[in-house]
Design a protein around this ligand. Structure first.
Ligand SMILES: [Zn+2]
Length: 311
């Protein structure tokens, strides 16, 4: 059979119509694709490092949500305009190697099911730094008060807040380039206990901005103020729950201008930068992020290319 010449261009466009518009605005080299029934599973691996994230999209389906499992840790996908989408955190202690990512779709009687992909985690190479605290500061950092504050902050970070207040990439809390990245080794001259792990520790748990004292600090995303108070190590601290298991921590502020329970929009002022807390050796803002209780690189969560479509 010969197709009429006028139909030929339409036939050539058929694959584009079937697949739809590309879910990620990213070069194909970092994108893994896998079919699951009628659905297409896409995994964006550009930020797949220890402390990074995978962007996972599932197009052509009607599920309202799905769960993922990576190295025994759960994350979730939610319904977005282009299909299911979610970020899967990679724990900071993950070995650079291939890992198994499983996706579980809800529903019985042939509607649900699961699929797995082999995903690569590459090595994280970041500069380290030495942090010299005075003997008095070191004693304070190991005090019962500091341990209690550390536990309190970890509790706020692990808040199981599944209501999505925010969607899309986070935005920088100040209008400045990063001064020190996430993940570099940090040596405080003391062994950090497991209680404090995730707040400070052997690796930098956030990104630092060298802003002058008095700079307005903005909410990286919409959310609820989970914690707004003074803590021994992180000083005047604001914790924002963005929903969907995503939490931001802003440390070493001069003072906070929000209260616990406040609802904030993305970009709303939450405080003013300063140099409070034992961990602030210079005036700066430290911005940390947690996804499903795992400490991840804020730079990954601010990377718009991980989100489906162009925002
Ligand atoms: Zn920092």
């Amino acid at each position: 059979m010969t197709l009429p010449r006028r139909i030929l261009p339409l036939v050539a466009l058929l694959p584009i119509w079937i697949v739809g518009r590309p879910p990620f605005a990213q070069p194909a080299s970092s994108l893994l694709t896998s079919a699951y029934g009628r659905s297409v599973v896409l995994v964006e691996t550009a930020r797949a490092q220890p402390g990074g994230v995978f962007g996972v999209a599932v197009s052509r389906n009607r599920w309202a949500s799905a769960n993922t499992l990576l190295d025994g840790r759960r994350a979730s996908l939610a319904r977005e305009a282009t299909g299911l989408f979610g970020l899967v955190p990679v724990a900071l202690d993950t070995q650079p190697a291939e890992h198994k990512l499983s996706i579980f779709f809800p529903g019985g009687r042939g509607r649900g099911g699961s699929t797995s992909l082999t995903v690569p985690v590459s090595a994280l190479v970041r500069p380290g730094r030495l942090r010299t605290l005075s003997p008095e500061a070191l004693a304070s950092a190991s005090s019962q008060t500091a341990l209690g504050h550390g536990r309190f902050l970890l509790g706020a970070i692990r808040t199981r807040d599944l209501t999505a207040n925010h969607s899309g990439p986070l935005r920088p809390p100040v209008d400045q380039p990063l001064a020190f990245p996430f993940g570099g080794t940090e040596d405080y001259g003391m062994v950090m206990g497991p209680v404090k792990d995730g707040l400070m520790g052997e690796q930098h748990r956030g990104v630092d901005y060298d802003v002058p004292p008095g700079t307005t600090v903005k909410a990286p995303g919409a959310g609820i103020i989970i914690l707004a108070r003074s803590l021994v190590f992180s000083g005047e601290t604001v914790v924002i729950g963005h929903g969907g298991g995503l939490v931001s921590v802003l440390s070493h502020l001069n003072h906070v201008t929000v209260a616990e329970g406040d609802v904030v929009a993305q970009g709303a002022a939450v405080g003013v930068s300063g140099q409070t807390g034992l961990g602030a050796l210079t005036p700066h803002l430290c911005f940390s992020t947690y996804l499903h209780s795992l400490n991840v690189d804020p730079a990954a969560l601010m990377d718009a290319s991980l989100w489906p479509g162009v925002r």
